[in-house]
Design a protein around this ligand. Structure first.
Ligand SMILES: Cc1cc2nc3c(=O)[nH]c(=O)nc-3n(C[C@H](O)[C@H](O)[C@H](O)COP(=O)(O)OP(=O)(O)OC[C@H]3O[C@@H](n4cnc5c(N)ncnc54)[C@H](O)[C@@H]3O)c2cc1C
Length: 444
């Protein structure tokens, strides 16, 4: 009889003693890795270890589940183009019924300008996006925006429109990845993992009372990745920033169900319709560490953390929903009681938080003309072998786009794992040692 696919620890029935590869973390990155490994090397005995009693228990629970094709960095633009193609053909890539399950809603992203200066910025963006092979991104003037999107665009001077963008069901995507493989086992509810090495080579994964011998490990544990790396004596160069979102059950009439995702001007509050009558909001505001204590020690970073604070919920800012609404109302020209300034938006809110995991200053920097080093906020994940421990691979630092990028990210990882050529030369830019890439800067 075949071994069970899902095991809930501490049940040890069918627990594997060995594996070809062990993946740590059952979010979008880890489950997509299962899918890509099976696709590139069918029959590989992969074991996925998840801390929670369910898959997708990390940042994806707070996410807006959006995807877009317009990225100014070539490697990110190609990564998303490839991923979106896989989602569009999900039945072919992930198995029958996957396309329906992931419920793609291709309603576009509308980046809005409210002043001539902002409009000029969007015009430049569109020119650049065309120059890197994204000719479908449109620059729309005020009358075109009004014609296409109606009263919501009353105050908009111009817009950048990504018609390929949209949103999907991230939980269904995670489960479609997990379902797509026959050779894998998934162990849930594992409270702790330690990596064991022998002579700088991965030797095993130790979980409480059980050892799985393996020569290859993939760390895909989101915010906890750094701590897991430490058990193998390596420092994974990522930092964490808490990010919030909130969902409302109500939406004003000028913002109908078929609307695109709306992205305001700086500081970029954003919102999209959710279900039949609601909306889901986000805003990447500058988070400042108010001397958070992690594991008894104060963290030293000012605007980020090294390790997650648990539960992450304690970092929620209760003002977040009202400030986001206020920003949107101001930009869209809504006065009290109108549009985004309608108090019904604040009733029955579901307020969520998760971490953006991002390359830190040791993995993303530019050299100034005077030779000094300037760190920057990179959007590039690290999808690579770790140079210090043979057999250790990373799929970490997916920032605010780890759902949309997960399919192509996993293919890149599988190519590295099996020594295959990358599908696109720009994918080398996800290397751990690539400190700088043009146009790779924190931007929504
Ligand atoms: C507010 C917000 C909005 C976002 N919006 C979007 C969006 O619109 N589109 C998009 O594409 N992305 C979005 N993101 C980003 C996206 O959620 C992340 O990039 C993505 O979830 C990263 O995937 P991951 O698998 O690397 O990590 P995670 O999703 O964090 O998953 C990590 C998994 O590892 C598990 N784990 C942790 N520690 C251990 C351990 N010790 N052992 C075993 N398992 C462990 C966790 O339980 C979890 O299941 C958003 C994020 C936030 C916070």
């Amino acid at each position: 009889m075949a071994a069970r696919k899902f095991i809930t620890f501490p049940d040890q029935t069918d627990m594997p003693h060995t594996a070809d590869v062990v993946i740590i973390g059952g979010g979008p990155a880890g489950t997509a890795a299962l899918w890509a490994i099976e696709r590139y090397a069918p029959g590989t005995r992969a074991v996925l270890i998840e801390k929670s009693d369910r898959l997708g228990a990390g940042s994806s629970t707070a996410s807006l589940e959006n995807y877009r094709s317009c990225w100014p960095t070539v490697c990110l633009a190609r990564q998303m183009t490839r991923s979106i193609d896989i989602y569009h053909h999900a039945d072919d890539y992930l198995g029958e019924g996957a396309r329906q399950a992931i419920a793609l809603k291709q309603q576009g992203y509308l980046f809005c300008a409210f002043t001539e200066k902002q409009a000029e910025g969007l015009r430049d963006d569109v020119r650049h996006l065309h120059s890197i092979g994204l000719p479908h991104i449109e620059y729309l003037d005020a009358s075109e925006v009004r014609y296409r999107f109606g009263p919501i665009s009353r105050n908009i001077v111009a817009a950048k429109f990504d018609p390929v963008a949209g949103w999907l069901d991230s939980n269904a995507l995670i489960h479609a990845y997990a379902r797509s493989t026959n050779s894998a086992q998934i162990i849930l509810n594992v409270p702790e993992v330690h990596l064991q090495t022998e002579q700088d080579h991965i030797a095993a994964v130790q979980i409480p009372g059980w050892r799985i011998a393996t020569r290859q490990v993939i760390i895909a544990a989101g915010a906890s990745s750094r701590a897991i790396g430490k058990t193998a004596g390596v420092d994974i160069p990522v930092m964490l920033r808490p990010r919030q979102s909130f969902t409302t059950g109500w939406r004003h009439a000028d913002f109908p169900e078929g609307s695109p995702m709306l992205i305001g001007a700086h500081p970029y509050p954003h919102v999209r319709p959710e279900a039949q009558s609601g909306a889901i909001f986000g805003w990447e505001y500058n988070w400042h560490n108010k001397r958070v204590k992690t594991g008894g020690n104060e963290t030293t970073r000012v605007d980020a953390l090294d390790d997650p604070v648990e539960p992450v919920g304690q970092l929620k800012d209760p003002r977040f929903p009202s400030i986001t609404l206020m920003l949107l109302a101001k930009q869209f020209g809504h006065s009290d009681g109108q549009g985004f300034a309608d108090s019904r938006y604040l009733r029955g809110i579901s307020h969520n938080i998760g971490y953006y995991v991002q390359r830190d200053e040791t993995a993303a920097w530019v050299t100034n003309p005077d030779g000094s080093i300037q760190p920057y906020d990179s959007e590039r994940a690290i999808i690579d072998a770790h140079p210090a421990v043979e057999g250790l691979y990373l799929s970490v630092g997916h920032v605010g786009h780890g759902i949309m990028s997960s399919a192509a990210a996993a293919e890149i990882l599988a190519c590295k794992l099996f020594g295959l050529p990358l599908k696109d030369p720009s994918f080398a830019d996800f290397g751990i040692g690539v400190n700088w890439v043009e146009h790779d800067k924190n931007a929504l």
